[in-house]
Design a protein around this ligand. Structure first.
Ligand code: GAP
Length: 444
């Protein structure tokens, strides 16, 4: 399958089945902003819950936080984002298209008379590169002047750093410990694209682990391995996952060491999570800009230090794209083509489809009773429309792992058939055992 075709087909399936819609579509859409439909929001919620459970609930040394999107403007001066969160930008004065200065399609040196625009083909219309800050700006209060200028956060991390002392004191944690947060972030990307891969509004799941200086390298290794193991446990094809170490040129202004976890997308190996050793850069800068001491005092040894931070930073939307791309298959089964999303059952938005084989002889009533019982415990979908084959295929496309059918035998012996999305094997299960059976097969 050609790469564009797979992404196009996936975007079309995502819209058709209610995973992802273009934002403000009826007005022609808003560039690189996306909305999650009924199935997308369930999948996203399952991913977030899985991350939260592994970070916050299953560990004693990590606390949760939900900091506001809007923060004091000084935060972004201290963090280095006002001065340094920039991309070099080139405009075409003729067709008004905008490019990153390192765009391979640019012909010649922008700003010189022979440089030719890759879109309209005109010569000498490209401006010289200028730095463009990726933070969205807005104003707080009724007056729109510089004193009221604030930013939409470009990363959730800073909300954690400015609350580090609050969390430390209220939770009575001791270094080493971590703070985890899931929330929206915003970047006015110059070249967004590839469906939900690079967007202007997205969600991050970030965890900042505070350690004693000198212990940072060991914790970095630990987190790097744990995060890769977590992705493998989601059922993502292991051969399509790899680490990429940042070269000195790639390192962000705050990082001493950084590794990306990459997935082999149809458009190449790309990052979807970063593990960074941010040293004491952020806390020291906040100490300097706020005047508030960020030191940790080890009560056992009386040591005082500003902790180093190991960060794990994952884009939820990108992870969702990884899950969809990895799950997407076109297959021929029983002589027919089907499209199936082999999403891990524990993550699937709908756990089971409930179908009466035919709409008579008491089958719809029994199927309905099963549905009424199950839907209080898990996400299930009742469907009595069209042939049973078509109903199975609709659920295959939605990534539903089980199809439960009430047939003639069900009425006489109280059993139903359960069809497995991936193996297509059908087993008979007693209706009263169905919830237990499904739950056992839905575990991570
Ligand atoms: N706090 C560190 C930080 O934000 P980053 O490498 O800039 O690091 C971390 O971003 C993750 O956030 C990326 O691996 C990616 O998954 C996600 N991300 C960043 N920019 C994004 C965008 N424009 N659209 C979607 N996800 C994005």
């Amino acid at each position: 399958m050609a790469q564009t075709t797979v992404m196009d087909k996936l975007a079309s399936l995502a819209k058709r089945r209610g995973f992802v819609f273009q934002s403000s579509e009826i007005y022609g859409g808003l560039g690189s902003v996306w909305d999650y439909g009924p199935l997308g929001v369930e999948l996203k919620k399952n991913l977030k819950e899985r991350w939260w459970r592994s970070m916050v609930h299953e560990r004693e040394d990590i606390e949760g936080l939900d900091a506001a999107i809007l923060m004091h403007a000084r935060v972004w001066e201290a963090s280095g984002h006002v001065a340094g969160f920039t991309d070099p930008l080139v405009d075409c004065k003729q067709c008004k298209n905008r490019f990153r200065a390192d765009d391979e399609r640019l012909k010649g040196t922008p700003g010189t008379p022979d440089a030719r625009c890759p879109v309209c083909g005109n010569k000498g219309t490209l401006t010289a590169p200028r730095m463009f800050n990726l933070m969205f700006k807005t104003f707080m209060g009724p007056v729109e002047d510089d004193a009221a200028l604030i930013y939409l956060r470009p990363e959730t991390a800073q909300g954690i750093y400015v609350n580090y002392l609050n969390v430390l004191q209220s939770s009575r944690q001791k270094v080493p410990f971590g703070i985890a947060q899931i929330g929206k972030a915003f970047r006015n990307e110059i070249t967004p694209g590839n469906f939900i891969f690079r967007t202007r509004e997205f969600e991050q799941a970030e965890m900042q682990f505070f350690v004693k200086p000198g212990e940072d390298a060991r914790w970095f290794e630990t987190w790097k391995e744990q995060r890769m193991a977590w992705h493998r446990a989601l059922g993502i094809t292991p051969e399509k996952l790899q680490f990429h170490q940042h070269t000195p040129e790639e390192l962000a202004h705050y990082a001493k060491t950084a590794f990306d976890i990459q997935y082999q997308f149809p458009f190449g190996w790309q990052e979807f999570e970063g593990i960074h050793n941010r040293t004491d850069f952020d806390l020291k800068r906040h100490q300097e800009y706020s005047g508030k001491k960020m030191e940790y005092v080890d009560t056992a040894t009386n040591d005082r230090f500003v902790p180093y931070i190991i960060e794990t930073s994952m884009g939820i939307d990108r992870l969702l794209l990884v899950v969809l791309v990895d799950a997407y298959r076109e297959e021929t089964v029983e002589g027919e083509q089907r499209v199936v999303l082999r999403i891990h059952p524990s993550l699937a938005p709908i756990k089971a489809g409930i179908f009466p084989l035919v709409n008579k002889d008491g089958m719809p009533e029994m199927a309905r009773r099963l549905y009424d019982d199950l839907h209080k415990r898990m996400t299930v979908f009742f469907d009595d429309g069209g042939s049973i084959g078509r109903r199975y295929r609709r659920q295959d496309e939605a990534g539903t792992p089980f199809g439960v059918t009430v047939d003639g035998q069900s009425l006489s012996d109280g059993t139903v058939t359960v069809r497995d999305r991936d193996t297509l094997v059908q087993v008979r299960v007693a209706a009263e055992q169905l919830a237990t059976y499904l739950r056992q097969h839905l575990e991570p």
